[in-house]
Design a protein around this ligand. Structure first.
Ligand code: 15L
Length: 264
């Protein structure tokens, strides 16, 4: 998709990885974050906005003349309930409402494996498994998905929720060998989310074609995504203790045992 794409959370881990990868001829990336995104490099078609996704006025302005939104902004790990509620759930409602008012037709929402963190590990876990969150953070991601569903059903907006596994330069530890979404595959997936015709409301997994993958790729492939990376190439150099107990049994891994409401 050409035109203008608003990326919230553009200075975060995933936003920073996506910025160079989502450049396209004819596309302007409008980058928004609390932490000011780096100014455009020479020739980079980028607009920068600083502020919070919880600010309705800022979001109303940020959504003007936007064709699609990649909503990555929010707290990305466990935290206290009040902050999770305000930023992740409240912030997503602000983003969706601003998008609706501005006539933005397509929103890609960053969800997480932690929305279903207490689902048992099994091969090919369907992407639309109903929520079994492992943390307040996971609850917020389930709410993000529900808000997306609501805005689709009420207003006909195309909303794709991506349950991201672990999107980093390299797989983070042994669990990451199954949950990794390589940055390049992440960009391929977001590109499919932005360009596939009339997706309606979908939930898909965000994962690479990992040998040890436990999430289904079928739903993302239906959008046109083709994973080209496999975490297995990092297996020899990936160390750390093997997970045990509930951390091994459930999709959310260590999030299943981290103290509830405490930053992890
Ligand atoms: C997430 O949702 C987090 O944002 C990220 O920091 C990782 O912890 C990831 O899940 C994961 O499960 O590896």
């Amino acid at each position: 998709m050409g035109m203008r794409v608003l990326i919230t959370g553009a200075s975060g881990v995933v936003g920073t990885l996506m910025r160079p990868r989502l450049r396209r001829e004819g596309r302007i990336l409008r980058l928004l974050d609390l932490v000011p995104p780096a100014p455009p490099e020479p020739g980079e078609a980028v607009e920068v906005r600083t502020g919070s996704v919880t600010d309705p006025d800022l979001m109303a302005r940020a959504c003007q003349d936007v064709d699609a939104i990649l909503h990555l902004g929010g707290i990305s790990r466990e935290n206290g309930w009040a902050d999770i509620l305000e930023v992740n759930i409240g912030g997503t409602q602000v983003v969706l409402e601003a998008a609706r008012r501005a006539g933005v037709g397509r929103i890609v929402l960053a969800s997480s494996n932690h929305a279903v963190g207490f689902r048992a590990v099994e091969p090919e876990l369907p992407a639309d498994s109903s929520p079994r969150p492992d943390t307040f953070y996971g609850v917020s991601k389930a709410a993000v998905e529900a808000l997306g569903s609501l805005y689709h059903s009420r207003f006909g907006m195309d909303v794709i929720c991506v349950r991201i596994g672990s999107c980093f330069e390299r797989p983070p530890g042994v669990r990451g060998l199954s949950t990794w979404l390589s940055p390049d595959d992440g960009a391929r997936l977001f590109e499919a989310c932005l360009s596939c015709p009339s997706p309606g409301y979908r939930i898909v997994w965000g994962v690479s074609g990992n040998t040890r993958r436990i999430y289904s790729l079928a739903e993302a492939e239906a959008l046109g995504y083709r994973a080209l990376d496999d975490a297995e190439k990092f297996a020899a150099e990936t160390s750390g203790p093997a997970l045990t107990g509930d951390e091994a049994r459930y999709v959310g891994g260590p999030f299943c045992t981290t103290p509830l409401g405490e930053p992890n």
